[in-house]
Design a protein around this ligand. Structure first.
Ligand SMILES: C[S@@+](CC[C@H](N)C(=O)[O-])C[C@H]1O[C@@H](n2cnc3c(N)ncnc32)[C@H](O)[C@@H]1O
Length: 542
């Protein structure tokens, strides 16, 4: 026999009234807290409303109208709690509440809107659009048109990769940052011969082709003048760690993606994740186990995978020279380092944009420079050591294995001391390469190693008068260096200055070549005018 049947009708009525009054009080309190943006408090009250509704529903009242009212209240409580959770970036729990609300009312407008916005924050553009469509949001005619328009645009960008930063560059990086969405181009993750897993091209691509765009899980930045001590850097690092930990704790989706990253140990034994899980259209939480991410492992992962925005090998658009930032960009973290890199990264806002720095063949591993690769072997070894690895790239093997290494070591020491005539160093290296019969890419490797000497000679009229006829022309050196290590603004600057010296600045062929080199640095995300502006001013922007 049911409990309620035992009660006389009057008592039953009284109980219902009390229940309704309590519910009404709780609802007013929760709404007030929500409006005052006291989200934690409102979550607690909505939790009480949910329990109360569930308790009343479980009593299975025969009154259909009352039951329906309870279901409506329950749906709204889940929906509002989802909204409050989303405001606190507790995305996993918020999504769970959205599902509960939608189970009660499939087309609940507020919930669909809330779910769509959460999915948009998690870069799931098309799923977010589905929610907005299901809510019948008319972009022309309501207050949510901005969010729907933004979602449509990001969905389009993530499918096509047709980003364009021309206006922003031409405006001198003023105003709103250009819109970026996550994008996964012709890439896949595979076992790497360099170390653990790596990212590989799935088709032939030419220099400048966009390969991926990834939004930071977290990034921390500060303007730090050169004389700021270690403490200032530690503060940025600590803030950054706190932000990553917070995101991972609040969203299991983020936690599961972070757990795929290397913690630096036993990289050869690591699982190779499907590229699909990083795509904006991927299912949420596609059955990935996330238990293993303790704090120790998290810190090791951040140690191995975080990137500096201001590293010499990256380009940060729109910021000044004292600006420092550290962040975690998940898919880009699968890219190994190489001293003959074939991709580059550009930091724009919270996004890292990765593109080919020279022509790349299908099946080639994509690598970028974790540190400055226009430097000699021993300097690079030191920098790799600071990163915690011994570089196993082709160029290091080549430079390590050859019989002339004693002689190049002497040149390296002389370059380090900086007291010798740089022209004599370049001449000695060029003569040496002739004797050692170094050809093709090998030449580019060694010229890149001693780039500082080359650039000092090409940049000095006096040295050029003295050595110009005895060493190769700047253009030929630039070609081999770009072929070996990809485009770099310092190399392109020498090319442009060479053109000016030769009085041929502005010729169609020369400008075409400069544009190709520029695409290697900045990628195909801007039109010619913007590229020209950056090439012309490169070095004075930051
Ligand atoms: C950001 S992760 C790169 C992806 C990593 N291989 C994986 O499987 O997840 C950086 C780590 O990869 C390894 N690594 C990257 N480039 C390397 C190189 N050129 N030589 C040796 N190890 C490298 C180092 O262990 C480094 O700490």
């Amino acid at each position: 026999m049911r409990e309620t049947e035992a009660l006389p009708q009057e008592e039953e009525m009284e109980e219902k009234e009390e229940e309704e009054e309590r519910m009404q009080n709780l609802r007013s309190k929760a709404t007030e807290l929500l409006l005052r943006e006291e989200y934690k408090g409102s979550i607690q009250v909505y939790t009480q409303i949910i329990s109360l509704c569930q308790h009343c529903i479980s009593k299975k009242s025969p009154d259909a109208a009352h039951l329906s009212k309870l279901h409506k209240t329950l749906c709204l409580a889940f929906s509002n709690r989802a909204e409050a959770l989303a405001r606190l970036l507790e995305f996993s729990e918020a999504l769970r509440d959205c599902e509960e609300a939608l189970r009660i009312e499939k087309s609940h407008f507020k919930t669909l809107l809330c779910k769509g916005k959460i999915l948009l924050s998690l870069n799931r553009y098309s799923m977010a659009l589905d929610c907005f469509k299901a809510a019948n949001l008319d972009p022309q005619a309501n207050e949510n048109s901005d969010v729907v328009d933004k979602c449509k645009k990001l969905d389009f960008l993530s499918r096509t990769g047709s980003f364009d930063v021309t206006d922003w560059v031409l405006s001198g990086f003023r105003g709103k940052l250009p819109e970026f969405a996550e994008y996964v181009g012709a890439v896949e993750i595979r076992k790497s011969e360099i170390s653990g897993r790596g990212l590989f091209a799935t088709k032939n691509v030419e220099s400048g082709t966009l390969l991926l765009v990834t939004k930071a899980i977290a990034v921390d930045r500060a303007i730090m003048p050169q004389d700021s001590g270690e403490n200032a850097q530690l503060v940025i690092w600590k803030n950054f760690i706190d932000k990553v930990v917070e995101s991972a704790t609040k969203c299991s989706e983020i936690k599961s993606l972070i757990s795929k990253l290397s913690a630096g140990e036993d990289e050869e034994g690591l699982e190779v994740p499907e590229i699909g899980i990083f795509r904006p259209e991927a299912e949420m939480n596609s059955g990935i186990s996330v238990d293993k991410l303790d704090m120790g492992r998290m810190l090791s992962i951040l140690d191995v995978n975080s990137m500096l925005e201001d590293a010499i090998s990256a380009k940060v658009l729109g910021k000044n020279a004292d600006y420092h930032g550290v962040g975690l960009w998940i898919l880009a973290s699968f890219i190994n380092h190489s001293c003959d890199p074939n991709v580059r990264r550009l930091h724009i806002g919270d996004h890292v944009v990765v593109h080919a720095a020279r022509d790349v063949k299908a099946g080639e591993e994509l690598t970028f420079a974790y540190f400055d690769v226009l430097s000699p072997l021993n300097n690079r070894r030191e920098m790799a050591n600071n990163w915690g690895f011994l570089c196993r790239c082709k160029r290091c093997k080549f430079e390590d294995n050859v019989c002339y290494k004693h002689e190049t070591r002497e040149i390296e020491i002389a370059l380090g001391k900086g007291l010798v005539d740089m022209g004599s160093l370049v001449y000695r290296l060029e003569e040496g390469m002739r004797r050692w019969m170094v050809r093709g890419r090998g030449k580019g490797y060694l010229r890149a190693s001693f780039w500082e000497a080359y650039s000092r000679v090409f940049g000095s009229e006096k040295l050029m008068r003295k050595w110009g006829r005895k060493i190769p022309a700047a253009e030929a050196v630039v070609d081999t260096v770009v072929d070996a290590v990809g485009s770099d603004e310092r190399v392109v600057r020498v090319f442009m200055e060479g053109l000016k010296r030769g009085g041929i600045n502005g010729g169609v062929m020369e400008m075409e070549k400069a544009m190709k080199l520029g695409r290697g640095i900045y990628g195909k995300v801007m039109k010619k005018q913007a590229m020209r502006r950056l090439l012309q001013f490169s070095g004075t922007q930051e």
